[in-house]
Design a protein around this ligand. Structure first.
Ligand code: NAI
Ligand code: MG
Length: 353
């Protein structure tokens, strides 16, 4: 019987609330599919930082390295300065474990109304593959004369052939397993150093190893337009870190909102654990009210199970989410008639169907 070791990072705000629902679904899937998990809880995030002054120690990071996967809720509290938790926890894990792919499905499920009038599920089913370890997130840059009229700030975008090529290869492989089209999104007309590196790599890797995959290039501004006006145009999108961060929020909007958007931070080579998390944050405005939608966290759980080789369990989640969203239409948790927990309970029932 397969056993998977999973580190749980519920985090702050609604993070632990949505993770709890994911774990109820996981319990049921273990019964149904006959695998087991060993789960270890880690108390990390903004609340813990405020209490102890510690974000993520190197010792804890090394412990995390021993797991097969990390299941994260969301981290961040309003009273922690911006960047402390993002850099000290999320980016630290992504970089230390070389999770160089951020894989974000943009899928409109039946029953969900997109803000794009008339959009149907068959016209909105694509994946964004965001490079996850380079670009401006690498932290290169600095300031001079801070706080004076002469202040200078630079924020550099780091792009390596190694980093660009591996994420482009991954995206080609994903496209091969889907409808066979890969769109690269960049801003080659302005980013005239990084752009050509991306473009050449895209063409060389495509010509050499993926001649069966149709290729397309779109500037990032036009991509925003087409996400809204022609989402059916996309199968797999590959892009650099910052553009990927931004366009996936647009993706989340067209698929029906933050409560439905899932993401996987992957090291496809499996040298270190990958991390699975909903795209949304800790939503302090609704924490503790029962209004958090756990669906994104449950879809992320499905991504984790697929990555761990539990494809049958992952397929059960996909079917269950499809049924749930068809049943409930646009009735998202209101904290009264539908709550975070009742959505989780219904998903526990539906994965057994
Ligand atoms: P957010 O995603 O937490 O919330 C944005 C809006 O969406 C809020 O109105 C919230 O109520 C709603 N929302 C989010 N998730 C929802 C869900 N599952 N169900 C229903 N409604 C949902 O983003 P915000 O407000 O910018 O950030 C709040 C905190 O979260 C900050 O500290 C931020 O740094 C952190 N954050 C953490 C992330 C992570 O852990 N990966 C990602 C984004 C933000
Ligand atoms: Mg973002």
């Amino acid at each position: 019987m397969a056993q998977h070791r999973i580190a749980l990072l519920g985090g702050d705000g609604i993070g632990p609330e949505v993770v709890a629902e994911g774990l109820k679904v996981l319990d049921r899937l273990e019964e149904l599919e006959g695998f087991t998990t060993e789960r270890v809880d880690y108390d990390l995030g903004g609340r813990r930082y405020l209490a102890t002054g510690e974000v993520l120690s190197d010792a804890t990071l090394e412990e995390l390295r021993g797991f097969d996967a990390i299941y994260l809720g969301a981290v961040g509290t309003p009273d922690v300065p911006p960047g402390v938790i993002e850099r000290g926890l999320l980016l630290k894990v992504r970089f230390a474990f070389d999770q160089y792919v951020n894989h974000r499905p943009v899928k409109l499920y039946p029953g969900v109304t997109s803000p794009i009038a008339g959009l149907t599920p068959d016209a909105c089913d694509f994946v964004v593959v965001r490079e996850n370890t380079e670009s401006v997130y690498a932290g290169a840059g600095g300031t001079l004369y801070e706080g004076t009229p002469a202040e200078v700030a630079t924020q550099e975008s780091v792009n390596t052939r190694h980093g660009v090529e591996r994420v482009i290869r991954y995206a080609f492989e994903v496209a091969q397993g889907r409808r066979g089209k890969l769109t690269m999104v960049h801003k080659t007309n302005v980013l005239t150093y990084a752009g050509p590196l991306w473009m050449r790599t895209f063409q060389e890797v495509g010509d050499a190893d993926f001649p069966d995959v149709e290729r397309e290039y779109i500037h990032v501004d036009a991509a925003c337009l087409y996400f809204v006006t022609q989402p059916e145009r996309f199968d797999v999108v590959v892009t650099e870190n910052l553009f990927g961060d931004i366009i996936t929020d647009l993706g989340a909007a067209i698929q029906g909102g933050m409560g439905l958007a899932a993401s996987a931070n992957l090291d496809p080579t499996r040298r270190a654990p990958s991390m699975f998390e909903p795209v949304h944050g800790s939503a302090p405005d609704i924490a503790g009210t029962g209004r958090a939608d756990p669906v994104a966290a449950v879809i992320s759980l499905g991504q984790m199970l697929e990555f761990l080789g539990e494809s049958a369990a992952a397929a059960r989640i996909d079917r269950a989410v499809g049924t749930l969203l068809t049943e409930r239409g646009d009735e998202v948790p209101d904290g009264a008639t539908i709550t975070t927990a009742t959505v989780g309970d219904r998903l526990v029932e539906l994965v057994g169907d």
